[in-house]
Design a binder for this molecule. Sequence first.
Ligand code: ACM
Length: 816
Amino acid sequence: MVRAGMGATMTARCRLGAWFRVGALATASILPALVCTVPAPAHAHAQSSALALTPWPASVEQGGGKLLVARGSAVAVPPGDADAADAAKLLIEHAERANGLVLSASSSAGAPIRFERDQAISGAEAYRLTVTSSGAVIAASGKSGFIYGAMTLMQLLTADAGLTGKGAAKSVSIPVLTIQDSPRFAWRGVMVDPCRHFQPIESIYAIVDRMVEVKLNTLHFHLSDDQGWRFEVKRYPELTRIGAWRNGPDTGHGPGERNGGFYTQEQLKALVAYAAARGITVVPEIDLPGHAQALVAAYPELGVPGSRPEVSNGWGIFPWLFNPNEAGMTFVRNVLDELMEVFPSQYIHLGGDEAVKDQWERSPEVQSQMRKLGIKSENAMQSWMIDQFGNHLAKHGRRLIGWDEILDGGLPASASVMSWRGERGAVDAANAGHDVVLSPAPTLYLDNLESTLPDEAPGRISIQSMETVYRYDPMPKGIDAARAKHVMGLQGNAWSEYIVTPWQLQHKLFPRVGAIAETAWSPQVAGTKDYAGFLARLTPQIRRWKQGGFEVSDSAFGVAFTATQTRGAALDAKAIGVTLARQAPYGTIRYTLDGKAPGAKSAAYAKALAVKPGTVVTAASFAPDGTALSAPRRYDTGRETLLTSTSSSLTACPRGSQGLRIPLNADATSNGPAYNVNIFDTCQADDHAPLAHAKSITVSVARLPRNWGLAHEESAVIGHYAVTPHGELIISANCRAAEKNADRKQKEHSPMPGATVLATFPLPDPKTAPQQFTFTAALPDRPELGDETDVCFQFTSPLSDPFYAVEKIVYGEKAK
Ligand code: ACM
């Protein structure tokens, strides 16, 4: 119970006590028996590392003393209680994986860990965990409550890494306490998209298995899109025979490799059961009427023009719509019947996003159907279609949810809304009495990069740090107080255009889903989120997740290096200045200057370093207990590095957003190389080119797929006039001044009027040239160009050709 108004002195003493108990796991330090209440993290900044719990519970009442749990301790469940038995099994499995604590199932009433059914606990997800010096009891009225009680106890038992290895402790001590807990929101979700890139079913199991540890309860599984249909439908085999497979995009040498796959109903039923055993509901999505190119590729008669497109190998928006005529509606109802067979979820997601309506607008058939139905707009036609399916689902006791575009033509009475284009959809729908889920882009789009570290895997570039995600509150202003109950919760989405491998999927989701889990579960106390405390509690959870080889991003803790001098000054200096920083305000940065990886005892970073030129600074973050929070990262202060720029350090030109970090090939299974690009203008700038020191320039260039479906945004792409068959790379100095007030016409000019051309290279024929190549040129003698010159790298290749990006620039140094 969180007691408001508790005295400050008392609060502080309690916090200190709790901190030592957890920190001194398995030692004999028992604090004097004082009873204190550990407030929710919102209440105080110092307390929340006290118990390594994420998400923080609704109420923690802490007593004095502790419970020793020895290796092999028994876990007992009431006879015949299958829910409790499943939860006990989870406790045993997860505790052993997390820190090697082996527990055993038992039927003994005297077991130190016991599950008890208590019908007085209200709410299927609620539980009470009571720890006394003689035992721990998890009580709940429902299956999910048992699971969450088990996970809370698991976290308490595994706060420290240690029961493995030589000399490891034989028992764990946990504090005496009572936790009474239930979630703030019912929908605590993660969306996985296996359509753009297919994910093997095992990778979904691994995610579900990690979700339960932080009490996430909804896996939104996006099962159809332009690039692949992933759900086996027995009645319509072409959906997966044809619709599940696509070619890789062409980068000049013909189509890339075949890519795809699908899940059988049997596989999905097994996944649903596995998730259910972890309190997780799998909500399937079939996306209609847009994002339907794979569907139309499989059954062209379900499309509008009747012709058969390829399954798409591009990202973005494509024109292929589902045709809502009688045959089409029957088809979808039949698909939904099979879907409901496999997925018992209350909600079925029917998409509705990003359907450009051009095909419907141009179709006499669709227009005639609209007239017959008395429907005035294509958006209203979409709402009619959604409503028809919503009614079909309702007949089977299910409910429809769709992306917020389903509001555009009038929201069908039966529908719930998932708000992604910001929060407007949620506000409007909730105020109209519909249930909503918040998953606004860009904050909860976890395919966005987490940091600017140069080793980030590909993704969208709007940096959504863990702190940004943590601070997001899913109760938008504008929802009437009486309608707040319609906010079901929040969800993080991982669209997979740039997520190819299970490693990349895990990296994007974890640990940021931990921030979502806490927001979704923990009670809210306005304006007082405690990020530092959250990081302290999340750290052991990151360790738990990583067991078994699961990838968890260290972007929040990874060290970034910034030079304190200009490159030109550094090249002439006797000492190189460098500052070290990381996003998350937790732990200590430690570094070495001898090229070795730093350890818990390496020098702690306090202020900007000044090192001998050529020194390699290697740094990582460490938690207060000495465990590494990040992999070591290196900064080489040698001349070669100072004279090199890489894609991660380039900016867009004309100035604007890079937008994307993309791989060499759309389906590449490695994390690098990756290129930061602005797909609306193929120009990259090095804003600090050391031209006073440079006599030559070598540019490494990569040819990438141009596979973006931009629909009505197509006209925003800036084309450049090519004067050789495949265009040129034009390198020009002082382009920033030139672009400042440039209108569109001037932006299309290459180089921009007023910029100084340094070199021009004709691009080779994409059909015969390798995908990566370099150009070298002597730089003209222009003494007026200093060491901080901005240099633009503009490609003028035709828009029908592949796309080009700069991978690396090396400046050849002038003799001294
Ligand atoms: C979406 O991002 N198109 C829902």
